[in-house]
Design a protein around this ligand. Structure first.
Ligand code: HAM
Length: 435
């Protein structure tokens, strides 16, 4: 049996080709904590949605919808339901459209006029798999729904930056751009269409079709797949309002000493954006160098038939964050105490002590394979135990055991009547503090 291509296991040990579960949970705990510092609240939506959520939400002409979605129908439905009524499902390729679906369906904007939501979970895209690009990957995303205040754009950008700083990631660049409001987008589309027509001979037929249907999608392709010199720059087609917004934003970012670079050809591969778009790339990654990306999407709610609500957000790929991290939280699956017995007849006493210490939250291993003392010591070494407890018959009958600290090598004879505090103090803190 083999794992599905582009999917990955997260293993307890470092085998060199996966993240460890320790790195994974430490990182995701940290990410949740950062969201809390900005008062974003978690929303958990299903991994399966109706495919219309994305067809309407992110656009039929996007690569994600036209090439990368895992779509399916239920075999049962195909034999029992008429063709028009068969429901089409898909594994979600991204988080924003489902969050907006849920906000509308659950009337969250009536409960709060400003919703600050975050999500963390798996996404699915049928892409060519390579380092940093998987068919099942995980995103942490933040969506701020209900305001077009520029200072919230600054908040969102700072939150994105805080994620990188807290995870000790450097060598990254914030690229920002404005694609403008609806008026500006019309101007840009016109300019791109003219540009495309002029260069028709150098454009592949399938891309020329996209140019006619959705000039902005073509612009994204032109930037990435062609070597044109004079591709239109969005900034030249912004109307006054959008240009002012963008200039105001950059002024505030400067005053906050927030470092960014303006990339006037950044348009993003999704249809819902307007005005601010941004992407963070890192030289610590290979070809798949985007750590996170996002932007403003004021008309997405309207596309779903609800009242419009101004919104902005971003999502980061967790696998890529872990790839780019300097210290990977790989270090320790350490345990507090490994109990070893010198004689097999002490095995039940060892187990009894293990149970007592686990009750107070200490992590304890005891080898129950009835192996020799030397073999148990070897296991204890491998297990990264901070201390070992040696239970020997003679000591035990005198009411004592030996506790050895593995880092210092110091051994102490400890009375078994000793209160639990002794064992708690031997570890680096109380169990609760450690977590
Ligand atoms: P996106 O640019 O498609 O945007 O994805 C965001 C991030 O997810 C990327 O920067 C990358 O780190 C990660 N990512 C995407 N595809 C893969 C993959 N195949 N393997 C590994 N990581 C991947 C969105 O998804 C938007 N929903 C972002 C957003 C939120 N805009 C507004 N709010």
């Amino acid at each position: 049996m083999k794992i599905v291509k582009g999917f990955r296991d997260i293993l307890p040990y470092d085998t060199g080709n996966s993240d460890t579960s320790f790195a994974w949970t430490t990182t995701t705990d940290q990410l949740r904590q950062i969201m809390k510092t900005y008062n974003f609240q978690e929303i958990i939506t299903p991994v399966i949605e109706h495919d219309s959520v994305f067809k309407t939400g992110i656009g039929e002409d996007t690569d994600i919808v036209s090439k990368e979605m895992y779509e399916f129908v239920l075999e049962r439905d195909s034999s029992t339901v008429s063709k028009e009524k068969i429901l089409k499902y898909c594994l979600r390729p991204e988080g924003t459209a489902p969050i907006i679906r849920s906000v509308i369906e659950n009337s969250l904007s009536k409960i709060k006029s400003l919703n600050k939501l975050f999500y963390l979970g798996p996404m699915f895209r049928y892409e060519r798999s390579q380092k940093g690009r998987y068919r099942m990957f995980h995103q942490i995303g933040a969506e701020l729904i209900g305001s077009d205040e520029i200072l919230y754009e600054v908040e969102i950008l700072n939150l994105a930056k805080e994620i990188l700083t807290s995870l000790n990631i450097d060598n990254y660049t914030f690229q920002i751009n404005s694609i403008g409001n609806n008026e500006s987008l019309k101007n840009i589309s016109k300019a791109v269409s003219n540009f495309g027509r002029k260069n028709k001979d150098s454009i592949e037929e399938k891309d020329y079709k996209i140019l006619n249907k959705n000039p902005l999608r073509f612009l994204d392709k032109a930037v990435h797949n062609y070597n044109f010199k004079d591709i239109p720059k969005t900034i030249d087609y912004l109307d006054k309002k959008s240009l002012k917004r963008f200039n105001d934003l950059t002024k505030i970012l400067d005053s906050f000493n927030f470092k960014y670079s303006i990339n006037n050809q950044l348009v993003r591969g999704i249809d819902y954006y307007n005005d601010l778009v941004f992407e963070v790339t890192s030289s610590n990654l290979g070809a798949q160098d985007a750590l996170l990306a996002g932007g403003r999407y004021d008309s997405l709610m309207g596309k779903f038939g609800a009242d419009e609500s101004k919104s902005i957000g971003f999502a980061a790929g967790i696998e890529r964050l872990i790839l780019a991290m300097k210290s990977k939280n790989q270090a320790s699956n350490s345990i507090d105490f490994f109990i070893v017995y010198q004689q097999e007849e002490m095995i039940e006493e060892s187990l009894r002590l293990a149970l007592r210490l686990r009750e107070v939250g200490l992590s304890i291993e005891v080898d129950l394979l009835r192996r020799s003392f030397t073999k148990q010591i070897k296991s204890a070494d491998k297990s990264l135990a901070e201390n070992i407890i040696i239970i020997g018959k003679d000591n035990f009958n005198n009411g004592t055991i030996v506790v050895k600290n593995m880092a210092s090598g110091i051994e102490e004879i400890v009375s078994l009547k000793n209160n639990i505090d002794f064992f708690l103090k031997k570890t680096k803190g109380t169990p609760n503090e450690k977590k």
